[in-house]
Ligand binder design. Structure first.
Ligand SMILES: [Zn+2]
Length: 335
């Protein structure tokens, strides 16, 4: 598998369905379009094949500039086109395309290296990687550095910003070495509102003269992840909030806590023990007992105050990636 680089938009891309993308591009592809300014906006799309907001917001952007000169170069990277054509995050035999941006042995790692080689040889103004999630979350941006322009870039999308360092093998972290870089989470896949927001965000950044030296990062709402919640692959999970056998039975609205403060002793559901639900910190150390407690009625409760993010009710995602993140509010350092 090799990275394909093209310099023109295939005409069909302006109107096709996301499922046709693989027939059109035949694999991971960079489309480098030239604009007025040379310092390019880099945009990551479809790293997760079922997260279609990236595709449709880019399609809108390409149509908007179809008969106009782009304000600056635009480098689009379409990642997992094969999974996108089938509506999957990734196929069972493929790695997760947002976990291949550090050294590794798979053909997909090689493609990631080729992408980074390509962008390293260009002037890059900013990098935006577009994602969706499965739970109820506000739109938000994620940064891997708390430097001023990185936070400014994220704040142009949403007031709510998440700083994370793990997982480190994500595209936004690799790009953050080169330029202000953000991962944006634009709600659930393919929703019209998300597509509109991302389209207008891409247009804004494309037209930005430069980053604002006077931007005050203290005004931004920055959270940082202190850990992830993992669910055992063999656990039986439901959302009935009832004590039954060995089930992990969550409250039905578990994803409505996202980005709000959860107090100590908040009830999350029922479980006989803490074996099938684990919390791990950024160093992969087990912090389950710091985060959760099971009382004498088998109620699964928070053992401390925290802010959940990306809590999902999608059992596949829960087991394959994680159930969600544990966050705290932070004050960005003046850098
Ligand atoms: Zn994603």
């Amino acid at each position: 598998m090799d990275l394909k680089v093209i310099k023109e938009i295939p005409k069909e891309l302006l109107s096709c369905n996301v499922k046709d993308i693989h027939a059109l591009l035949e694999g991971p592809t960079i489309i480098h379009l030239s604009g007025k300014k040379e310092d390019a906006l880099f945009v990551g799309a479809l790293l997760h094949g079922n997260e279609t907001t990236s595709f449709y917001s880019i399609q809108n952007l390409l149509n908007e500039y179809n008969d106009k000169e782009l304000p600056r170069d635009l480098i689009l990277f379409f990642g997992n086109t094969l999974a996108a054509s089938k509506g999957f995050r990734h196929l069972p035999e493929q790695p997760d395309y947002n976990r291949i941006w550090e050294k590794g042995e798979t053909p997909e790692h090689k493609v990631a290296e080729q992408v980074l080689d390509y962008v390293s040889s260009k002037k890059i103004f900013a990098s935006i990687d577009i994602h969706n999630n499965t739970g109820k979350n506000p739109f938000y941006g994620c940064v891997n550095y708390t430097k001023k322009s990185w936070i400014e870039l994220a704040s142009l999308f949403s007031k709510q910003i998440v700083y994370f360092t793990e997982p480190s093998e994500v595209l936004s972290n690799a790009m953050a070495q080169l330029c202000p870089s953000v991962t944006i989470e634009a709600g659930q896949p393919g929703e019209v509102e998300g597509i509109k927001e991302v389209f207008s965000y891409l247009k804004t950044v494309l037209n930005l003269e430069g980053f604002n030296e006077n931007f005050d990062e203290m005004e931004a709402e920055v959270y940082h992840t202190i850990g992830r919640i993992m669910i055992d692959k063999n656990a039986s999970v439901d959302f009935k909030n009832e004590l039954a056998g060995e089930n992990l039975s969550f409250v039905d609205n578990i994803d409505e806590n996202n980005f709000s403060l959860v107090k100590k002793n908040t009830h999350f559901g029922f479980s006989k023990n803490l074996e099938s639900i684990r919390a791990i910190n950024n160093d992969n150390k087990d912090i389950t007992e710091d985060i959760f407690i099971i009382d004498e009625d088998s109620s699964l409760k928070s053992n401390r105050m925290f802010i959940p993010a990306m809590f999902t009710k999608d059992i596949y995602i829960m087991k394959e990636d994680c159930m969600g993140y544990i966050m705290e509010k932070m004050i960005p350092l003046k850098l």
